[in-house]
Write a protein that binds this ligand. Sequence first.
Ligand code: GDG
Length: 463
Amino acid sequence: MPKPPRLIVVANRLPINRVGSGPSARWVESGGGLVTALVPMCRAQRGAWVGWTGAATSRGAAVRPFTHEGIGIRPVTLSEAEVDGFYHQMSNRTFWPLYHDAIRTPDFDHRWWRPYFEVNRRYARAAASVAGKGDLVWVHDYHLQLVPGMIRELRPDVKIGFFLHIPFPPEELFAWLPWREKILRGLLGADVVGFQTHASALNFVRAARQFAGAEGPEEQLEFEGRAVHVGSYPISIDTPWFEAQAAEAETVREAATIRRRIGGNRKLILCVDRLDYTKGIDTRLRAFELLLERGRFTARDCVLMQVAVPSREPVFEYAEMRTRIEQIVGRINGEYSEPGRVAVHYFRRSLARKELVAYYRAADIMVVTPLRDGMNLVAKEFVATRLDGSGVLVLSEFAGAARELRRALLVNPRDIEGVASAMEQALSMPRSDARQRMSILRMIVRRHDVAVWAESFLESLRR
Ligand code: GDG
């Protein structure tokens, strides 16, 4: 009997982190939606995971492959120079801004291509060495766009899937990329290329026809005599975990403490983002400032809490954005805070996952206003934790999540007046209206969780 195919995941990072040092060092699962969804599948199929450990190492100090709780771990070693060229520069200064509507002008530097190519080849070789005939190799995200094509050359006997977690830009923007044809050929090496939204899938199909000579309909492109299926597979969250965590007595207690500490009957407006220029943190703060300026609500009625998780700090654009955000927070607090009633609470730190759930529960309103976002899991996580059906979600129409969460208050994040008005609407929304909207949103994240997402992608790949 032929062996059932195994799942080989290829992602920038491994699903485990090394904690501690010396003999007491151990590997622990890193958490997060992707890891929670794919680790159990990998384990059940005795599969493997190819990824970077997260620490730059000299080549001699490579971490050997090993097995962690039933999953083959195949670490990829990167030197400091490679982490810089491949990750900080090419991935985060070229692809990240270009694929997010060029919100910041992307840099195109030919010196970064070599490390991007070399590192992609290292991932591809690692995947090719662990995969068996007929296995499903699932490659993730913008760091590894050349990997599908490279694996196909090495191992035409495996099935290759690729999923992009961030948007794929319109053809007019993608055209800026000096390596556009190489990137498309890399992606078209896959049997299935998946995106968060139908719009991204269409953008890719147009670019593939225009710059790489692919032909045929969207669902079944033809490239070099092979069929490439292109589709949208909106990612989701581990809904049962968020629901269970939200129901824990400790979470309920912690949420009550947060509410007590912000004081009285004030409404809590929560925002949680990586400190990234795509997330629209500054424009959202300006909308809150406008709301206070209009005077219908004051710092006695409401407080905005911004959790900003530090991210990519060595990159100049990030440091610049952080300074701007902190200036706006200072300005709002200087103008509108009252004794014991700070208008904006700003936390530049990462919270423990359980703590985050307590904040979701404590909030009255969640404001998620990215200028462009592949999906945005924070919006879905907030919805999943609202066990009693209360709470209002204000959501950018430019987040992938807006395609599904239609009953949120959808806003154009660049329209500061509009966002301020949506915040006012959320603050004054009758309970029954809020509940009606939330019950529909909850149904969506319960029906479509991350396990359903992974299974639907893999089903396309098995076909
Ligand atoms: C990329 C795409 C796409 C946040 N603060 C804390 C914390 N988080 C967790 C959230 C959530 C995750 O980080 C953030 O996910 P997002 O989807 O919101 O955004 P990106 O990081 O930009 O993710 C995005 C995603 O990939 C998946 O495909 O949706 O569009 O850009 O899970 O809970 N976690 C902890 N402490 C925090 O303070 N522990």
